[in-house]
Design a protein around this ligand. Structure first.
Ligand SMILES: Nc1ncnc2c1ncn2[C@@H]1O[C@H](COP(=O)(O)OP(=O)(O)OP(=O)(O)O)[C@@H](O)[C@H]1O
Ligand SMILES: [Mg+2]
Length: 242
């Protein structure tokens, strides 16, 4: 989940799509790579002192299973040292992250990575290790601003990984069908990106913003909400594309 813009729904999507995939019976791992650790905290889990991606300990030893949400998670870490190493210029670090993730890939159907709001080295490391990138876009003015830079970065990674990475999809979030602006952004994004834009849109729903304060996914907090419905739809679309 990548977008250098803050507050567009990366974490909300990481957490609830992970839960939806897990509920659908897919072995799913949520990896918190954002030093803000929002994905971790939103499940009521404590960030760790050291990030599991640092060091040589196999990643499966750092995975926590959160039974209530059905989510397997590698918690985030606020430690600056970890951030520096994860984001360091050292190619070994990037390779180590990729090795750890390859290790995780062997045991999971899906590994979802929640990235920080930047296209800095942390995000680039995540991209290098990934096979697909999902970009949440908030339906607001300036939604497309900065996307060109993001797309450039992603294209560079696609080239440098010999095509291991691809565009997984673009997701419109905080969608309000009654707002003219939402419709304009929707049209502009679909005109520009075509069919990689998910048909599913995630409406603005207070249940999605309240769930984290209860340490829950939307499926625990408000299973009948529009937000829960939207992330179920998204999950089905992801599975159909897979
Ligand atoms: N569809 C939605 N409806 C209502 N509120 C939402 C929705 N999606 C996200 N939010 C809320 O908007 C805020 C930002 O969402 P979120 O944390 O998922 O974005 P982010 O891209 O991960 O942010 P950051 O860039 O800081 O990591 C949060 O308070 C979240 O609860
Ligand atoms: Mg976030």
């Amino acid at each position: 989940m990548v977008n250098q813009k803050g507050g567009v729904g990366k974490t909300t999507t990481s957490v609830n799509l992970s839960a939806a995939l897990a509920i659908a019976g897919k072995k799913t791992l949520l990896l918190d790579m954002d030093p803000q650790c929002n994905a971790t905290s939103s499940l009521g889990i404590e960030p760790t002192k050291r990030h599991a991606l640092i060091g040589e300990t196999p990643i499966h030893e750092s995975i926590q299973y959160n039974k209530a949400s059905c989510i397997s998670i590698v918690p985030g870490s606020r430690s600056f040292e970890d951030i520096d190493r994860l984001a360091g210029p050292n190619i070994d670090d990037t390779q180590r992250v990729r090795r750890h993730l390859d290790d995780a890939f062997t045991n999971f159907d899906f590994v979802l990575i929640d990235c920080p709001p930047s296209v800095g080295r942390l995000t680039q490391t995540a991209l290098v290790a990934s096979t697909e990138v999902l970009i949440p876009i908030q339906c607001e003015y300036f939604a497309m601003e900065g996307l060109t830079q993001l797309i450039q970065t992603i294209k560079q990674v696609i080239v440098s990984t010999s095509g291991r990475l691809s565009f997984g999809g673009i997701l419109l979030t905080m969608y309000d069908p009654y707002l003219e602006l939402t419709k304009e952004v929707d049209e502009e994004v679909r005109d520009f990106f075509g069919e990689i834009v998910f048909e599913t849109v995630v409406p603005r729903d207070v249940a999605l913003s309240e769930a984290p304060s209860h340490g829950q996914t939307v499926f625990q907090y408000a299973p009948r909400s529009r937000g829960a419905y939207a992330y179920t739809q998204l999950c089905m679309e992801v599975l159909q594309r897979d």
